[in-house]
Design a protein around this ligand. Structure first.
Ligand SMILES: C[S@@+](CC[C@H](N)C(=O)[O-])C[C@H]1O[C@@H](n2cnc3c(N)ncnc32)[C@H](O)[C@@H]1O
Length: 341
């Protein structure tokens, strides 16, 4: 076993199925990687991807995935990005075959499928097929105690795009006063409802919240399912409930980005720095360790370094190792956070 500290911020050249075996259990916060896609291209360094049968590819990939799980801390996560493949005009669903196989071992849970929507997909000409424009990033966790900073994911939207949030006008909430009057709440309940309505209107007018909804007993449908709980109890006990809307954009399992084209990049399959940035911010903190066992041109390491995380990269092709080192060096003084699409 290697001492993990000695390998921080290094790129190891070789086959990850071998090198991973030397990394200690529970030592990495995030494994973030894009393995070769099935029969997509020959990178020239050997490794996986060009097996004859998709089943053999999945088996080889799963062995590496299991090692990734082993080296990940109990609070950590493992993210695999995979593309699909047509053979004889038939879509193989390779990413999903992998994800289903990965979950068979109960040591991980698939917590999200983050879909990359490609703004500029390769315009492959096929008259009778739509152009594939998405790829999944599967996010697996080892325990329920995984680190997850949801607010950091696509946070620029809140910081910049919601910056000009409109404050509510004078009419906000008026209809609820009329509804309270019309309702069959007791006079004490009506008084309390109007008091709380006035408070929430002030919050909206001062821009503390974006807006709100009110539900009044006898007038509005009762909350059910996941929304019930405390709200249902409030309606039953005091006759109404107020739902504040804070305006932070909700975090969806979708991320849009161009397909990456870095001038002079010597690697044919680079994934976008923007997506890697958002995933690293979502799943790690400064000082954490991010491992990419299929490092390619070094994107994961470049972004990890920029975000002040430690990286460990493994890549089988010596030329890509050298190129990744160059990229990392060029970016070593670049601590500009937040690339935007
Ligand atoms: C899809 S590319 C990764 C690209 C990378 N995400 C980037 O942005 O540059 C997959 C890489 O895995 C490497 N590879 C294939 N089999 C490998 C193995 N067994 N061990 C380590 N690297 C391997 C290939 O040489 C290739 O560079």
């Amino acid at each position: 076993m290697i001492n993990i500290k000695e390998h921080l911020n290094k790129i190891l050249c070789g086959d990850c199925s071998q090198i991973l075996q030397d990394i200690p259990d529970n030592s990495v916060d995030l494994v973030l990687t894009s393995p070769p896609y099935f029969q997509q291209r020959d990178y020239g360094g050997g490794g996986i991807g060009n097996e004859n049968k998709v089943e053999d590819f999945i088996n080889n990939l799963i062995k590496i995935f299991r090692e990734c799980v082993r080296v990940t801390k109990q609070t950590g996560t493992i993210v695999f990005n995979l593309g699909d493949k047509y053979i004889d005009g038939n879509l193989l669903l390779v990413p999903y075959r992998f994800a289903i196989e990965a979950m068979k071992d109960k040591s991980v849970k698939l917590i999200n499928e983050l879909t990359w929507v490609k703004v500029n997909p390769a315009p492959k000409q096929c008259l009778k097929k739509l152009i594939p424009a998405t790829e999944p990033f599967f996010i697996f966790a080892k325990t329920d105690d995984y680190y997850f900073n949801k607010d950091a994911f696509l946070e620029y939207r809140d910081k910049y795009l919601n910056g000009n949030k409109r404050k509510a006008g004078n009419d906000v909430g008026k209809k609820y006063f009329e509804l309270i009057e019309k309702s069959d709440l007791s006079s004490e309940e009506k008084l309390q409802a109007k008091k709380e309505l006035n408070e929430v209107i002030m919050d909206a007018q001062q821009g503390k919240i974006e807006s709100f909804r009110m539900k009044i007993r006898g007038l509005h449908a009762l909350p059910y399912g996941g929304q019930a709980g405390g709200r249902l109890t409030q309606i039953e006990n005091k006759g109404f409930t107020i739902i504040k809307i804070y305006g932070n954009s909700i975090r969806k399992d979708v991320i849009e980005s161009n397909v990456e084209t870095i001038q002079g990049n010597k690697h044919p399959a680079v994934y976008p720095e923007f997506i890697i940035q958002e995933i690293i911010k979502l799943l790690t903190k400064e000082g954490d360790v991010v491992l990419d066992p299929f490092l390619g041109s070094g994107t994961t390491a470049v972004v990890a370094q920029r975000l002040r995380r430690n990286y460990i990269g493994i890549e089988i092709h010596p030329e890509f190792v050298e190129y990744a080192k160059e990229r990392i060096l060029q970016n070593s003084n670049n601590y500009t956070l937040d690339l935007f699409i």
